[in-house]
Design a protein around this ligand. Structure first.
Ligand SMILES: C[S@@+](CC[C@H](N)C(=O)[O-])C[C@H]1O[C@@H](n2cnc3c(N)ncnc32)[C@H](O)[C@@H]1O
Length: 456
């Protein structure tokens, strides 16, 4: 095999869990982006390592039917990253998600059979995200402020001309926000030249209440005229209900910094989910695909059913959405989250929905569980951790509390399998894993699984 050589008529035989096509050239395994099983192409070898190589498609000779009916967009997926499945039609996306999840499960744990249901389709396949952020930059050629995304795998900003994931309302409000920033000549940060200013803008949208939150992110709090921009945005656009300035001087890591200044409008926007209203503060976690979230929560409510003797602990509860929805059907519901603003919102959410039997604690679940004393005979646990999953100590302590049921909601099949294995070793068995497409066009998938103690 030669580096930079293009090999003719290479066939893709499979996909790896990162959605790269697998082919063999001179008996060496080659991973190739945007190359689907049964496709044939001329492939250029771009990297050679001892155990594998990497390549890129130069010319397709035969394309997969999975591409027929896929989205045709001006800025295809390869541009920004994230939308890896955009080149497939939606039915194929669902099939591929299931296949890759099964493959991940096998790689994580060869000794257990994990059974996955077909992936439940999302009610919306495009424009489903109620939250998104754009980088802001000053284009010296057009002399205007623009909104961009980083080109896949780089720090190069490219103007976003089309956004297939963001809610249509966000797509429509973006030019108005940019116009306002340009009108007032707001200073934009330039990391290279050490210029302080605005660097990003985040939007949150509630479709049920028609309310928008705009969060400007800046390297400093001294942004001249930003308050005027915020007040005018609220006055001139009746959907914009809240505008914040977030200060984040760091160049890496999460988009939002810790400091949040309310510039105009209300502190939080509100959304309705399964008949309850939820206040969503600026810094709190809230599921991005609301109609699909409703389906997942309904599934959890159905699993728990009416059980007036049970105490439910909703670990990693966010703003208490599930905790408050479940409370009316059980004896008591307790929600735990590490983010104080989320717990404050969860408490408010209990009040605005007249829920008297939910309680909330702002604490690390790992600390909470070490100190928790089981009082009621029947305990049901819900776990919805971040992508990193749970700690072994958490699982150990939870299983010692002997819950009747554990409902695990996961956004990362890899850590889900690691954690299921740990539950298994501690005498818990799981049922079929339900998969939900929370993030169409991307590789991400949400899983829900019920665990219970093995009956002896
Ligand atoms: C995937 S979100 C789930 C939120 C909620 N269940 C929902 O459906 O909206 C994970 C949540 O875990 C919280 N979190 C992360 N690490 C935590 C920890 N060690 N202890 C408690 N909460 C944590 C985050 O603040 C976030 O709200």
């Amino acid at each position: 095999m030669e580096l930079n050589k293009t090999y003719q008529d290479i066939e893709c035989i499979d996909l790896n869990t990162d959605f790269q096509g697998i082919a063999f050239i001179d008996n060496k395994k080659v991973f190739i982006e945007n190359f689907l099983p049964d496709e044939i192409a001329d492939v250029k070898v771009t990297t050679i390592k001892s155990k594998f190589a990497k390549g890129e498609v130069k010319t397709f000779k035969q394309k997969s039917p999975m591409r027929e009916g896929s989205l045709q967009s001006e800025q295809p997926y390869a541009y920004f990253g994230g939308c890896d499945l955009q080149t497939l039609n939606y039915d194929s996306q669902l099939k591929i998600k299931k296949q890759l999840t099964e493959k991940t499960a096998k790689l994580q744990d060869r000794n257990t059979q994990y059974v996955f249901d077909a992936v439940e389709a999302s009610p919306k396949q495009t424009h489903y995200r109620n939250k998104i952020h754009y980088q802001l930059y000053f284009d010296p050629f057009d002399a205007v402020i623009k909104a961009g995304f980083f080109l896949k795998g780089t720090k190069k900003l490219v103007e976003v001309k089309e956004n297939i994931l963001a809610d249509e309302k966000i797509v429509k409000i973006l030019p108005k926000v940019l116009l306002k920033l340009n009108e007032h000549q707001i200073k934009i940060a330039n990391i290279k030249e050490q210029v302080q200013g605005l660097k990003a803008v985040m939007f949150r949208w509630s479709e049920t209440k028609k309310q928008m939150m705009v969060i400007f992110v800046a390297t400093t709090k001294n942004i001249k005229k930003i308050e005027r921009v915020a007040k005018e945005l609220v006055r001139e656009n009746n959907v914009i209900k809240s505008v914040y300035l977030n200060i984040n001087g760091k160049n890496q890591g999460s988009i939002l910094g810790r400091q949040m200044l309310l510039l105009a409008g209300k502190e939080a926007i509100q959304d309705e989910l399964l008949g309850m209203n939820f206040n969503i503060p600026a810094t709190a976690f809230y599921q991005v695909n609301a109609p699909q979230t409703a389906k997942i929560y309904q599934h959890v409510l159905d699993i728990i059913a009416a059980d007036k003797k049970a105490t439910v602990i909703d670990f990693y509860c966010g703003i208490g959405t599930m905790t408050n929805l479940i409370a009316p059907q059980v004896h008591k519901a307790i929600g735990i989250d590490i983010v104080e603003e989320s717990i404050n919102a969860a408490k408010q959410n209990a009040i605005i929905n007249n829920i008297a039997n939910s309680e909330f604690v702002a604490e690390d679940v790992n600390t909470f569980i070490q100190e928790y004393k089981k009082v009621d005979a029947s305990l049901i646990a819900i776990i919805d951790p971040p992508r990193s999953g749970c700690t072994p100590e958490f699982i150990e302590k939870l299983t010692e509390l002997n819950p009747d049921k554990v409902i695990y909601i996961s956004c990362n099949p890899k850590t889900l399998i690691t954690d299921l294995k740990a539950f298994n070793e501690r005498g818990f068995e799981h049922e079929e894993i339900k998969l939900y497409d929370m993030f169409p066009q991307t590789l991400h998938v949400e899983s829900v699984v019920l665990l219970s103690r093995v009956q002896k």
